[in-house]
Design a protein around this ligand. Structure first.
Ligand code: NDP
Length: 290
């Protein structure tokens, strides 16, 4: 039996935020300028509102300027694109985040690709995706950036390790795989058409699950000693008519087999927002040549 470490993403994120706050203060002192993050939300989705409120609070806490725009659910694509263009031109704004999903009358790709790549702190713009894929300096999506930080903290060098990433979305799976490849892992991307997923997972020294299916990855899919990163966030019914959050991995079953695993909640989630501010700091430095 291996003793399985529960990776404390919350504590790691707090350390990262403290470092970002320190760097923001130094940058302000040397340049006289304050990094600014603009968050745009369209519609009244309560979950998105909570995320945005959380982002605004954390942005202010690290000493950055927070600007947020809440637009009605029936906003047209043209109006949203006009706002994005205004933010692209605004020198007080170094990072722009448009909260997804967007209402169906709006083409998400058109909006993402209208954001200046230098201000694209979500790292979703096709230019940043291309830079990441070709090994160039890029703004990288926040969730996989956070996952990589946790992995490197736990493992040091990742070179030569077998990594399996379950999920091929543009926001998690694909950039995660690109980051692991850049660290010289041997990377396999699995998805809904993958054959014999359990056998594939059993070869993984690093297993990243980004699927959105509650506890899909079973304990006996995990290679002894593997480090498991559970990106999934799934709300399931709990006792007393309540609900609770679980990941994509059956965490209890993984205990004793994995060498380390991220919990849900408290693992990858807190890293995502910390990495957003880390990216905003990077974007500011790149824009100011600092
Ligand atoms: P998507 O729905 O965009 O992608 C899910 C991926 O999982 C797809 O590639 C899909 O394959 C694959 N998949 C679905 N079913 C299976 C299956 N049975 N076997 C193997 N692969 C399967 O999700 P996201 O990437 O946006 O998010 C994934 C999860 O991560 C969600 O739970 C989300 O809530 C969470 N998340 C958490 C974040 C955090 O901060 N903690 C941030 C972002 C996401 P295919 O392409 O073939 O359809």
């Amino acid at each position: 039996m291996t003793e399985t470490e529960i990776i404390d993403g919350k504590a790691f994120a707090e350390t990262l935020l403290a470092q970002v706050a320190k760097d923001v203060a130094n940058l302000k002192a040397s340049s006289g300028k304050t990094p600014g993050l603009a968050v745009v939300i369209v519609g009244e989705d309560p979950a998105s509102q909570v995320y945005v409120r959380n982002k605004v609070e954390k942005t202010k806490a690290v000493g950055m300027v927070s600007v947020h725009h809440i637009l009605p659910a029936d906003t047209s694509q043209a109006d949203l694109l006009a706002l994005v263009e205004q933010l692209n031109q605004d020198e007080a704004v170094n990072g722009i985040l448009v909260q997804l999903p967007l209402p169906k009358q709006i083409d998400e790709s058109a909006v993402i690709n209208a954001i200046s790549p230098d201000k694209d702190v979500d790292g979703f713009h096709v230019v940043n995706a291309g830079r990441l894929a070709t090994g160039q300096d890029a703004l990288v999506p926040c969730t996989p950036t956070g996952c990589l930080m946790l992995l490197k903290d736990r493992l040091g060098s990742l070179s030569g390790l077998n990594a399996v990433v379950i999920g091929r979305s543009n926001i998690v799976g694909k950039p995660m795989a690109a980051l692991l490849l850049a660290e010289s892992c041997t990377v396999t991307i699995a998805h809904s058409k993958t054959r014999d997923l359990p056998a594939l997972c059993r070869q993984a020294d690093i297993l990243v699950a980004a699927v959105g299916r509650p506890e899909m990855v079973k304990g006996d899919w995990i290679k002894p000693g593997a480090v498991v990163i559970d990106v999934g966030v799934n709300r399931i019914p709990a006792e007393g008519g309540k609900t609770r959050l679980v990941g994509d991995v059956a965490t209890k079953e993984a205990m004793g087999t994995a060498s380390a695993i991220t919990p849900v909640p408290g693992g990858v989630g807190p890293m995502t927002i910390a990495c957003l501010l880390f990216n905003t700091l990077r974007a500011s430095r790149m824009q100011w040549g600092k």
